[in-house]
Design a binder for this molecule. Structure first.
Ligand code: TXA
Ligand code: MG
Length: 324
């Protein structure tokens, strides 16, 4: 990422309009919510979402939360059941994130949800965030606006300490009132699971939903290890994945990076020019594409350098290649 000037925007009409315009153009804008500042990007633009991971220096692709101006908008991207409607009615807008099955029609980029079949959605209550999301008119992916491994920022000044020169703008919406992240509640399976404690108390959720299982490992830390099948359930293709391929068999699909190896049955190019950010934006699309071709017996992946988003790509590919 080239260092650039980060524009500091006031949360007035002009500032909010400018922030919305920059987000719609695929740029990154940090904005305040009632919990912490988020590092926002157009959730439907895979290249913008790849930029979020690059700006944060994240060594792996964690699924991100998509933010909406209303529950109605959020529920077009996920399948909301009666429980979801119930808690949304009670706690939205507010510091609650719901993990729900992704709608087949959702335009949210696969990278936003780290390739998973579920999607995390949230409707923040902060009036500036709300006005911004309304004007963007698209879901906005936003992890906390800190570099990987550091604490979540609660003022615009904190955001600049973390990300000055790495993002297009910060919308200064004052100090965050809640100060801790949103509660993450997984409603994608039969019994509700608390994935991360946060701004909405477990007791208040249980008053509405009944008993809630608590995930065993704290998901609040970036890169925290998580139990398989639960939080750590990450996307993996059904086909065997072979890394660092320097040759390819005629029954394999090739996930190419740079000049493609010859002889593959099928090919998906991650980045012809060898750009790791472009490759990250196309990674899950490529895996899903090749995995869906019935006559293939495996996926061969060309070497990807351990620089830029290459580290996160390789992290994800190693897990996809691990014996299952
Ligand atoms: O308060 C907040 O939630 C802030 C503000 C900006 O909205 N955002 C935030 O995002 O804390 P982030 O990316 O730092 O944390 C997102 C959390 C992670 O623990 C992630 O694993 C979980 O949500 N998550 C997101 N999508 C998920 C999914 N499909 N399945 C399971 N967990 C998911
Ligand atoms: Mg975070």
């Amino acid at each position: 990422m080239q260092p650039r000037m980060t524009e500091l925007l006031l949360a007035d009409q002009a500032g909010i309009a400018r922030a919305a315009e920059r987000l719609r153009a695929g740029e990154l804008v940090a904005f305040g919510t009632e919990t912490v500042y988020g590092l926002g990007g157009d959730a439907t633009n895979a290249q913008a979402v790849a930029g979020i991971f690059a700006a944060k220096n994240r060594p792996s692709f964690n699924p991100l939360i998509s933010h909406y101006a209303s529950a109605e908008a959020a529920f077009t991207d996920v399948a909301a059941d009666a429980r979801a409607h119930l808690v949304a009615q009670r706690f939205w807008p507010g510091p609650l994130t719901l993990v729900l099955p992704r709608s087949p029609s959702s335009q949210v980029a696969l990278l936003t949800g780290a390739g998973l079949d579920s999607l995390a959605v949230r409707v923040p209550s902060h009036p500036v965030a709300h006005a911004l999301l309304r004007q963007v008119g698209r879901p906005v992916a936003a992890p906390s606006a800190n570099r990987s491994g550091r604490v979540s920022p609660t003022t615009a000044a904190h955001v600049l300490e973390e990300l000055d020169g790495r993002i297009a703008a910060v919308l200064d919406s004052g100090r965050c009132q809640v100060g801790v992240e949103s509660t993450v509640l997984d409603l994608s399976a039969a019994s509700p699971v608390l994935l991360r404690p946060g701004g909405v108390a477990l007791e208040d959720l249980e008053a509405v939903l009944g008993p809630i299982q608590i995930a065993t490992v704290d998901a609040s830390a970036d890169n925290a290890p998580r139990s398989p099948g639960m939080l750590m359930s990450h996307y993996a293709p059904a086909l065997a994945v072979r890394l660092n391929a320097d040759a390819v068999s005629p029954t394999e699909g090739l996930l190419a990076f740079g000049t493609p190896l010859a002889g593959a049955a099928e090919m998906f190019q991650l980045s012809a020019r060898g750009d790791t950010t472009e490759a990250a934006a196309r990674l899950f699309e490529g895996l899903r594409y090749l995995d869906g071709i019935a006559r293939l017996h495996g996926i061969a992946v060309m070497p990807i350098p351990q620089s830029g988003l290459g580290r996160a790509i390789n992290d994800r590919l190693r897990r996809a290649a691990a014996p299952r």
